[in-house]
Write a protein that binds this ligand. Structure first.
Ligand code: ATP
Ligand code: MG
Length: 511
């Protein structure tokens, strides 16, 4: 049935218009919704407004935004409970001409304790989004002496407002679901410092939990800045060695002549400059974990010595002939393709197999879908608190730019971008112009293609789907196309459009 057009008063129209403007301004959701309730109270005479949100997973309705100052405890109830619960359960509005006549009115906020309920009318309408009831909007109004108990005008008016705010309320639900997910990832004993909810990162978290507490050697591979060192630290933290040292040695940063002494120590006088006895990193890490970063850079001569230390679990200091037992867990990392180095003969295969008992691959950031935004959010919180600035969010232009960019420097590059943006922003919001020029260039290139937030999110999702399918299909494009119910031609086009390295997923080894 078509709703008859009701006559709205000037104040009601003014309110509708202002609400629209507030929503378009796209400010903080809580602030916007609170302003809307205040406006309804001050201009349209609809007092004590409440926006209640239905959390389906929890089967709970929460009074989330209150249009009055009252700091009572958080109010929660179930679908079907009280009037608001009934509105959420049925998706139908309820209006009560005089509150004292309703036995099911609960007043859980306690705000009407000292008011005369005989003089109050109450209207509650559902907030709906994509055909589902996601909450309710309720208000009081004073009963007018001329009134005949017909509140259809108020229901009509309030339903319009509920429609206007439904997208914001839905966003609010998404944000709190996100926060819940993050706190799930922060359960002690689970992965606490590694942010990510994409499928490859969830898989990685699972793999880490499987191997953390064992002594197996782990080889971590992945492009620069993907978080290899962070994962190594996490493994140590979750292992029974966590109260013993975690010692890092960067095989690429130490002059060749000094690496052996760095690793195993030396006796006084064993070479020029060895003026005292010194213990090496292996001994320093005894009982704990040694992290051999950039293992691909280790000179061949030392590869042999390292292999011996790993096999025999003992080391010999430079200039000494005594063997010393050490108990260390070894984690190595590289952004080189070690299989290629094996083929070229620059990396020893016996050492490779010894280190590579378990391999963890860190996917590039551009293949982690919505993790880009999750990480951005995490870094905004990190740097805003370090800089003691209030920075609430990314605006749409920044979100577009971050999700379109291909992130050759991965998470490290993203972290640097967000740190810089936190420094530059002056209004508590990070916008496109706060991001560095390298990202701006990319967006200028894409401007012709008119990418909006929606498109960039779809793009991120497509990349995630395709890489997942390629992984399941071990890099076979025809099989990946089959998984996704599309043609090989489409997959090939997308692979080249998004520069996905499909060979990485083949059986012949990971990069
Ligand atoms: N998933 C993540 N969650 C939070 N921070 C992350 C994540 N991944 C990486 N970082 C941060 O990004 C930065 C780079 O990570 P890290 O040093 O572990 O990378 P890497 O793979 O070792 O890089 P490289 O190959 O260049 O040495 C660090 O500051 C790290 O804290
Ligand atoms: Mg590193």
């Amino acid at each position: 049935m078509i709703e008859p057009i009701k006559k709205l008063s000037y104040d009601e129209l003014f309110c509708l218009h202002t609400i629209n403007t507030l929503i378009i301004q796209n400010d903080d959701i809580n602030v916007t919704l609170k302003k809307i309730l205040n406006l309804l109270s001050e201009i349209a005479g609809l007092k004590r407004g409440i926006i209640s949100v239905y959390y389906k997973e929890l089967e709970e309705i929460h009074h989330e935004i209150l249009g009055f100052d009252d700091s009572e405890d958080e109010v929660k109830f179930s679908p079907g409970e009280g009037i608001t619960g009934e509105v959420v359960r049925t998706g139908k509005p309820i209006a009560i001409p005089r509150l004292n006549q309703s036995p099911i009115f609960l007043d859980k906020t306690g705000i009407r304790r000292n008011l005369n309920r005989e003089e109050l009318a109450f209207i509650c309408v559902p907030i709906q989004y994509c055909n589902a009831t996601i909450g309710a909007l309720s208000v009081d109004r004073e009963v007018l002496s001329s009134e005949n108990g017909d509140l259809s005008h108020e229901i009509f008016y309030l339903s319009n407002i509920a429609n206007l705010i439904s997208e914001s309320v839905n966003r609010k639900i998404l944000v709190s679901e996100n926060i819940n997910l993050k706190s799930l990832l922060n359960i002690p004993g689970k992965i606490s410092t590694i942010i990510g909810n994409s499928r490859p990162m969830r898989e990685l978290a699972h793999q880490i939990s499987l191997i953390a507490n064992s002594n197996v050697s782990v080889l971590i591979t992945g492009e620069t800045g993907t978080g290899k060192e962070m994962v190594a630290k996490e493994i140590h933290k979750l292992s029974h060695r966590s109260d013993k040292p975690f010692i890092t040695i960067n095989c690429g940063a130490i002059p060749e002549g000094l690496i052996e002494s760095e690793l195993f120590g030396h006796k006084k006088g064993s070479f020029t400059g060895a003026i005292t006895d010194r213990i090496g990193k292996f001994q320093a890490a005894d009982g704990g974990t040694i992290f051999l970063d950039e293992i691909g850079e280790l000179p061949q001569i030392l590869q042999v010595k390292l292999l011996r230390a790993l096999q025999e679990r003992e080391i010999t200091k430079v200039g000494d002939n005594q063997n010393i037992k050490v108990d260390v867990r070894v984690i190595a990392a590289t952004n080189r393709n070690l299989e290629e180095e094996l083929a070229k003969g620059t990396f020893r295969s016996d050492l490779y197999y010894r280190l590579n008992v378990f391999q963890l691959f860190l996917p590039p950031l551009r293949e982690r879908g919505a993790d880009i935004l999750l990480l951005s959010d995490f870094f905004i919180r990190k740097y805003s608190s370090q800089m003691e600035k209030v920075i609430t969010r990314l605006d749409t232009s920044a979100i577009d730019m971050l999700t379109i960019y291909h992130w050759p420097g991965n998470v490290r590059e993203l972290e640097n971008c967000i740190e810089r943006a936190c420094l530059l922003t002056q209004d508590g919001v990070i916008s496109a112009h706060n991001l560095p020029p390298s990202l701006q260039m990319k967006s200028v290139e894409n401007r012709g293609k008119k990418r909006g937030k929606f498109e960039s999110l779809v793009r991120a999702y497509e990349i995630e789907l395709i890489t997942d399918a390629l992984k399941d299909a071990q890099g076979n494009q025809t099989a990946a196309a089959d998984y996704l119910g599309t043609t090989k031609r489409v997959i090939q086009y997308k692979i080249s459009q998004y520069s996905i390295d499909y060979k990485r997923f083949s059986n012949t080894g990971k990069k």
